[in-house]
Write a protein that binds this ligand. Structure first.
Ligand code: BGC
Length: 494
């Protein structure tokens, strides 16, 4: 929130400066005669109606998408394959117990899932609370574009500066590794990367044992650190909330990427059947499943022309369709593509040619999109300032700005509602009376209105479908870090 607010302040400051200049010139413009009834605003109305038709999902449609997702969950759960073809992989995390909150000890956690990664030292005093010391670093392009030893070597170096006391037979630490990509696990501390998502492309990691790659670099630096668990951020978020909330059986991330994890009966997880005890699983035996539902692409998820364009230019075409409609890596880009389409059709930015920057992939970030959407000024002067400052676009009309704001809102609202269908699907799958869904991720936490729209849509789907679940969707604090420590503590702790 702080970043958005800071950004908005910056926008407002720029606008005030612009305004003062206008006053000084004595040229402050009056709104166009006829206001919203001008010819262009009539055109805006038609365009906005078109946008609505193309991108809006009714509650009924959302319920259908949720049902379709749930059928895919069931298929993925029954299957023993997590090959590249499996639509929703449904990967068992090998975590079979939720934390009790009584876990104790001091652990390290490493959280990697975007271009920033974090190192955390977490103390669990045994009453469900946590004490955290953490540091954050950015993965430089040389590392992102390099190979596995560049990546894990860089991380190990940072770890070395974070816990120098662990070197040369020094203090021993157990580490939980939150690695937020699709990893096909074969044990709680083993798994191979199925594929990169979120724009990652570091070579030599896909199909490799991720824990071994990192442990090798740690050992090469003579650190007394042992990786005890590799977990997904959705699993971590679920675990972190479960420290204090026994109804928490779903973890959700809506940030750069998106995904869910939930608690499932162990006997229903095909890929976990080799773990069946001699006497068979009891009804109460559970395992947390990382769905990797970002890859959902059922036919009810209508893909428009811009969705197809976005997919074709992405690093993973044909994959992660749900994620490409919902997550932060893609929303700004969808808006940019729509602006280009509308400008080419002569419906937007009519005064002069469209600035070249609009044609550059990634030139409109989701962060900027949020600022455009948050402008409540009647003349949309924040939008105007951003267009000038960031998008080289001068002389926009109020109609242009109104329409641009509608485009942003259309895309973010669709994202929130389609995300809600994912939540509804998990509720259909877990079938419990009371469920807490723990959510983390920048889009859920920071994007204006997103969490309201998502919560409303989930409530509507529950009501209209008659599902007997009382849901609480809560903002999870630092799930990816604390969850990794909780997972390790549950394994080795007191
Ligand atoms: C990854 C998931 C992750 C999600 C949120 C997706 O791109 O495949 O593993 O949970 O992003 O970080």
């Amino acid at each position: 929130m702080a970043t958005f607010i800071a950004g908005i302040f910056l926008g407002v400051a720029t606008i005030l400066a612009l305004d003062q200049r206008r006053h000084a010139d004595g040229k402050k413009k009056r709104p166009p005669a006829g206001g919203m009834r001008s010819k262009h605003s009539m055109m805006n109305m038609t365009n906005i109606t078109w946008l609505h038709k193309e991108f809006h999902y009714s509650n009924k449609e959302l319920i259908k998408i949720g049902e379709e997702m749930q059928r895919d969950f069931a298929k993925g759960l029954a299957s023993v394959e997590t090959g590249h073809k499996a639509e929703i992989p449904m990967i068992p995390s090998y975590i079979t117990r939720l934390p009790t909150g009584r876990e104790k000890g001091e652990y390290l956690a490493l959280d990697m899932g975007g271009t920033n990664f974090r190192l955390l030292k977490i103390s669990l005093p045994g009453d469900g609370t946590t004490l955290i010391r953490s540091t954050k670093a950015k993965l430089p392009d040389s590392v992102l574009n390099g190979d596995s030893s560049d990546l894990f070597g860089f991380i190990a170096e940072k770890l070395l500066s974070f816990v120098p006391e662990s070197v040369d037979g020094g203090k021993q630490y157990d580490l939980g590794f939150t690695f937020s990509f699709p990893v096909v696990q074969t044990a709680i501390d083993q798994g191979k990367l199925l594929r990169w998502t979120k724009g990652f492309k570091t070579k030599g990691v896909v199909d490799e044992e991720v824990v071994s790659l990192l442990q090798k670099e740690i050992d090469a630096r003579n650190m007394n650190i042992s990786i005890k668990a590799i977990i997904n951020d959705t699993v971590g978020t679920l675990m972190a909330r479960a420290l204090t909330d026994k109804n928490c059986v779903v973890g959700l991330i809506i940030g750069t990427g998106c995904n869910t994890a939930f608690v499932e009966e162990a006997s229903r997880v095909g890929k976990f059947s080799h773990m069946t005890p001699e006497g068979g699983f009891k009804k109460s035996d559970m395992v947390i499943v990382n769905t990797e539902m970002g890859n959902f692409s059922g036919p009810k998820l209508r893909r428009t022309r811009v969705d197809k364009l976005l997919d074709a230019q992405s690093l993973n075409p044909g994959m992660q369709f749900w994620e490409k409609m919902v997550s932060g890596l893609y929303l700004g880009e969808l808006v940019r593509l729509l602006v280009v389409v509308f400008a080419e059709e002569g419906k937007l930015f009519l005064r002069g040619d469209l600035a070249e920057i609009w044609k550059e992939k990634g030139s409109l970030s989701t962060y900027t999109m949020g600022l455009l959407e948050a402008d409540e000024d009647p003349e949309l002067r924040v939008v105007e300032a951003i267009l000038q400052r960031d998008m080289n676009t001068f002389g926009s009309s109020l109609n242009d700005r109104t329409f641009l704001k509608s485009i942003c809102k259309t895309i973010s609202k669709r994202a929130a509602r389609v995300a809600a269908a994912g939540v509804f699907a998990t509720l259909l799958q877990v079938q419990r009376k009371r469920v807490t869904v723990a959510v983390d991720g920048s889009i859920f936490k920071l994007y204006p209105m997103f969490h309201h729209w998502m919560r409303d849509a989930v409530e509507m789907m529950i009501q209209e479908s008659g599902l007997q679940t009382q849901v609480e969707i809560v903002d999870a604090e630092d799930g990816s870090g604390v969850g990794a420590a909780a997972a390790v503590a549950a394994l080795v702790g007191a």
